[in-house]
Design a protein around this ligand. Structure first.
Ligand code: ZN
Ligand code: ZN
Length: 137
């Protein structure tokens, strides 16, 4: 392991339900938030997804399955990654972006203070029967 110029940030690990897709993120966690857009709802089968971003510099796919299977939700612009075996959603990335969006529940320890959502995207598409995350961004 090359730790000579790593910052002191703890490494976070995560992956899919079956363990085929695994990742490690060593950088700062950026902008934890939920999203109730149509893509999050349909892809997730849930009222909202929750996301946090990590710099690609410190992000690596480490599992036997390598990268997740990517589905382009906006072809050429945005793709979302899931495990081809168990279907767990683990990540999303915009074309050319330097940050990997990670599904917070894909983290092995998703309960840290740094993962408490500070905002909710696409409030207008949210279901009416679940309270929304307050804007603390
Ligand atoms: Zn899996
Ligand atoms: Zn969304």
């Amino acid at each position: 392991m090359d730790s000579t110029h790593e910052s002191v940030t703890a490494a976070r690990t995560g992956g899919c339900l079956c363990g085929l897709i695994r990742f490690i993120a060593k950088g700062e966690a950026d902008y934890p938030h939920t999203c109730s857009c149509q893509h999050c709802k349909k892809r997730g089968g849930c009222p909202m997804m929750s996301w946090v971003a990590f710099s690609l510099d410190s992000f690596e796919w480490t599992g036997e399955g390598g990268e997740p299977t990517w589905y382009e939700t906006f072809p050429g612009e945005t793709k979302r990654g899931f495990c081809p075996t168990c279907g767990s959603h683990v990540a999303a990335i915009d074309s050319g972006d330097t940050w990997m969006g990670v599904n917070i529940p894909a983290l092995d320890e998703p309960d840290g203070d740094e993962f408490v959502p500070v905002n909710q995207s696409f409030r207008g598409d949210a279901v009416s029967w679940l309270p929304q995350v307050p804007d603390r961004s």
